[in-house]
Every structure is written in structure tokens, then in C-alpha cells.
Ligand binder design. Structure first.
Ligand code: NAD
Ligand code: SER
Length: 318
């Protein structure tokens, strides 16, 4: 499944996941074959060809795929849960039309393989909250979650109907030190590190008991690459795979940070994002990902906090 010569297009490459994913793909493919596309140039990716591309512009997308002879697409452009609630109709348009534009190109055999991320936001308040299984009640209450759930069904449909090799993960909240988050409910778990190092205090927009599924970005990138390089026949779920890293709430991560920065204080001023967090699972069961493509997370809360503080300290001292 690994062809080093494949040309890869990452759409939304300038975002929280895109920067780290592009860097990781540069280690597997020649960086000149990994094309970074976004609405504006990406200073953090100086070694990759860049295409200024709006995923909603179907003709420009087709021209870009033809121009570079693209074989694989990672579609990361989307509005996330918090910004989606503030701009619901545009969130629906971007999240759905962007996906259709790619699935149609794959249906017409212009692409070999597609990665499209889903989210824990596909679950809702009626979903079993702990150890949430792969197949369960799904009544998402956010526009973002509705778009991800619909997207999952469409991916499954394009696979069944046209054999489109589309692969997907329901990412939990992602935490990394290289890039900033872009408008989600789990963003607090990145912001807290910056504020802890800068001011030794942080005001959290979620309450202290808001336990959510989370994952270190390194684990998420590794999962994405492992899924995309797994043999075709191993991928038995074509909607999207549950993926579990760790689970914690703001109080627990603050206590872990305090072990390194004893003066650190957290306070709470909840906003509309609390209701979103309340509607999502606290923990995820990902046994299908283990069984089908041997997924295993590496980071726990202790190692995640250690890694984030060490790397952000190094980054700040440069
Ligand atoms: P992000 O907001 O950080 O990045 C998205 C990127 O897409 C941005 O660089 C933006 O400029 C670009 N973009 C926006 N509109 C575009 C358009 N019309 N055409 C081209 N590019 C456009 O998002 P992210 O956190 O990197 O998330 C990427 C994907 O992963 C999304 O589908 C998101 O739903 C999913 N996801 C992310 C998380 C997370 O914790 N970060 C969790 C679950 C799922
Ligand atoms: N991290 C994402 C969000 O909070 C989950 O999809 O929107």
C-alpha cells in the first residue's frame, strides 16, 4: 500500500493537524511530492510545494489534482465545533461540499486514496457516555457533529457504491506543541500549556469536571499514517474508526501541570462550549481499530504533559 512515488495533496495543510501531518509525510515521501494546499501560504512548511486553493472551488481543485498528478488526498479543511455553532450554514457548506468535491474526484478515478477526518462530535447526549462503542446511538447536537455524521455516511456510501478507497478516524481532541488549534471545544487543552508557561494561570471555558476523550498529536498523526498505509482489505469500516488516546478533565490536567509548575492556578468561566462538551462522550472504545489495523496509543496524561511542557519551553527559548 506504500508507493513512495505517489503525489499527495493535503488540503487545509496550514491548520493544527495539517502542519504536523505534512511534516510527518515528508519523512515517508519526497517533500516535493507532498503538496500543501490552503487559503493562504504556510510559513511553517517551507519545503513543500504550496497551492493556494479553496476546497469549495471544484474547478480549481480538479486543475490542481491534474497539474500535480495527485494520487492521495488528505482533506482537513473544515469548520470545527465552536466556530461551526457560530456560523452554522457556512459550516455545513464547507464541511459537506468540500467532502463531496473530493469523493467525486475519487469516484471518477482521479484519486487512489482519500483520508477525511471525522470526530467524537458524531456522538450526542443520548450516546452511552463511557467507553463509547464504535456502533451505537448517534444523535449529534452540533452543526459540526451533524456534518461529520453525514460525512461518515457519505464516505461509506461512496465506498459501497463506487469502491472509493476512503479512510477515516473519529479524532478525539488533539494536543500538540507545533501548531495552534482552530476553533474547537477541546482547544482549552492546548491553550492551558501556553498560559501556564507564560502567566502560571489559566481561565478555562469548560468546567472542572468536563471529561473528554483527548490524544497527543503525535499519536493522532501516527494513527492517520498507519490507517492510510494499512492493506486495503484490513479496512473493514468505511464510515470512520473510533480512536482512543486518553481521557481527562480540566481539573486533572491542571493538577498534572502543577507537578511541573507548582504556582500554576486554574479558574473557570464556562461559556457555550460547555454544552457542546456535555453532549460528547467521556471515553471511547476503539477495539475495532486495534483489531483491524493494530492501532495502539502511546501517550498517557503524565507523558503528554511532560512532552508538551518540555517542547514548548524549548520552542520559547529559541
Ligand atoms: P484547523 O482549523 O486548525 O485547520 C483547518 C485548515 O483548513 C486551516 O488552515 C484553514 O485555513 C483551512 N481551510 C479552511 N477553509 C478552507 C477552504 N475553503 N479551502 C482550503 N482550506 C481551507 O483544523 P484542524 O484542527 O487541523 O482539523 C482538521 C480536520 O480534522 C477537520 O476536519 C476537523 O474537523 C478534524 N478534527 C480535528 C480535531 C482536533 O482536535 N484538531 C478533532 C477532531 C476532528
Ligand atoms: N477538537 C474538535 C473540536 O473540539 C473535536 O472534533 O471541535
Amino acid at each position: 500500500m506504500y508507493n513512495k512515488e505517489d503525489k499527495i495533496l493535503i488540503i487545509g495543510a496550514g491548520g493544527q493537524i495539517g502542519i504536523e501531518l505534512t511534516e510527518a509525510l515528508n519523512k515517508l515521501y519526497d517533500s516535493s511530492n507532498v503538496i500543501a494546499a490552503d487559503l493562504k501560504p504556510i510559513a511553517a512548511l517551507p519545503n513543500n510545494p504550496f497551492e493556494k486553493l479553496d476546497i469549495l472551488d471544484k474547478d480549481a481543485l480538479f486543475n490542481c489534482v491534474k497539474k500535480h498528478g495527485i494520487k492521495q488526498v488528505y482533506l482537513l479543511a473544515a469548520l470545527l465545533s465552536a466556530t461551526g455553532e457560530q456560523n452554522p450554514l457556512f459550516a455545513w457548506k464547507l464541511n459537506m461540499e468540500g467532502l463531496f468535491n473530493i469523493l467525486e474526484l475519487a469516484k471518477e478515478k482521479h484519486l487512489k486514496k482519500v483520508f477525511w477526518p471525522s470526530s467524537i462530535a458524531v456522538f450526542g447526549p443520548t450516546t452511552p457516555r463511557n467507553n463509547t462503542p464504535q456502533f451505537t446511538v448517534m444523535e449529534p447536537s452540533t452543526v459540526y457533529g451533524i456534518s461529520k455524521q453525514a460525512g461518515e455516511r457519505w464516505c461509506n456510501w461512496y465506498f459501497n457504491k463506487y469502491g472509493v478507497d476512503v479512510r477515516s478516524i473519529r479524532y478525539p481532541g488533539l494536543i500538540g506543541w507545533k501548531s495552534a488549534p482552530g476553533g474547537g471545544t477541546t482547544d482549552y487543552a492546548v491553550h492551558i500549556f501556553y498560559e501556564a508557561l507564560k502567566k502560571a494561570k489559566y481561565t478555562c471555558f469548560l468546567g472542572e469536571n468536563a471529561t473528554l476523550p483527548m490524544m497527543h498529536m503525535e499519536d493522532a498523526i501516527r494513527a492517520t499514517i498507519e490507517l492510510m498505509h494499512a492493506p486495503f482489505e484490513n479496512i473493514k469500516i468505511r464510515s470512520s474508526y473510533n480512536l482512543s488516546g486518553l481521557s481527562f478533565n480540566p481539573k486533572e490536567i491542571a493538577n498534572e501541570i502543577k507537578k511541573h509548575i507548582p504556582s500554576f492556578e486554574i479558574s473557570y468561566e464556562t461559556d457555550f462550549r460547555q454544552a457542546i462538551a456535555d453532549s460528547w462522550p467521556a471515553s471511547i472504545n476503539d477495539k475495532e481499530a486495534h483489531e483491524h489495523w493494530a492501532w495502539k496509543a502511546h501517550y498517557n496524561l503524565e507523558t503528554l504533559v511532560q512532552n508538551m511542557l518540555t517542547n514548548l519551553n524549548k520552542k520559547n527559548s529559541k
